[in-house]
Write a protein that binds this ligand. Sequence first.
Ligand code: FAD
Length: 342
Amino acid sequence: MEERTHQGVAVYIEQRDGEVAHVSLELLGAGRALADKLNVKLSGILIGHNVKHLTDTLFEHGADIVYLVDDPVFEQYRSETYQHGVVDVANKHKPEILLFGATIIGRDLASIVATSLETGLTADCTKLDVNEETKLLEASRPAMGGNIMATILCKKHRPQMASVRPRVMKALKPEAGRKGEVIVEKVPLDENKLQTKVVELVKEISDELSIADADIIVAGGKGMQDEIGFKLIYELADVLGAAVGATRDAVESGWINHKHQVGQTGTTVAPKLYFAIGISGAVQHVVGMENSEVVVAINIDPNAKIFESCTYGIVGDAFEVVPKLIAEFKKILVEDGEVANG
Ligand code: FAD
């Protein structure tokens, strides 16, 4: 085991167009707790072009050190170049723990970095801790179809790597003026010798509110019976200015696109208000929404499991309850809005 040769906790800092992804700040929060337990430093690995201005934010959110790899070759994300960036920093500074956000970029990068560093990666963790005696990272995640939580150790290789989905961990409250050390690293890469080029960046334009960013989500399940029934979910969401979520069964029935799926194989969400309508409350769904501030469940079955995970439960037929909610919310929100607007 190489334990003594590696020290510190590092977080890969994802940025796009010079903006830090929130999951990286959440990981700095989680990483800070691990570093304090191990009595080691917390670092961020920041790669990009013209991104030095982001270092203050990282210190304010808990980093002690930022390894800055800044070069035009890193203008856009490419697996090929960013892999070199992270691997070079990891080989030189040897963190014992290396964390990634489980975003599209993070999932891509973490797996290549783990392969290059010949170490293990525990993906989609929901809890990270350090064992007081062994000092090993304990990376926990749902396993066996979500029926058990498995705690995974990486005993023989370093760094111990883990990825965590957005909104699972909490970012620290920023400490204004907190300072740290910036260590500039050069990763020599010749653009002409690279095998991948970014020709054009096409951004998806959608007028639908994404469940990942929404404050209110109205989610529907198999209890909505069919595509027509599911339209009630859209109606309630529309009145509340909410995003629409769904269970896997609703998605698999073809009523809604997978990008609306909440849960273990969908998106993890943490809105202020979550409506779970016609949803039984299977563990694979609940792991994706249990961090919501307030959960309102509507189910015809008084024994439905979802009632164990909600703040307010309404036992009733969605086809009776939801139209009444829509009418009431319309009265409060739309009519009041009209009065307020004069
Ligand atoms: P059901 O379990 O069929 O529940 C329907 C509910 O509607 C029932 O509780 C019923 O009482 C209620 N109902 C019926 N009629 C009415 C009515 N008129 N009014 C009010 N209530 C009514 N699921 C996810 O959601 N997300 C995931 O990411 C996910 N990943 C998975 C990964 C794996 C590996 C596996 C094995 C499963 C996964 N699942 C996931 C599926 C999950 O186990 C459940 O099957 C699914 O969440 C159930 O969806 P549901 O609640 O819509 O349907």
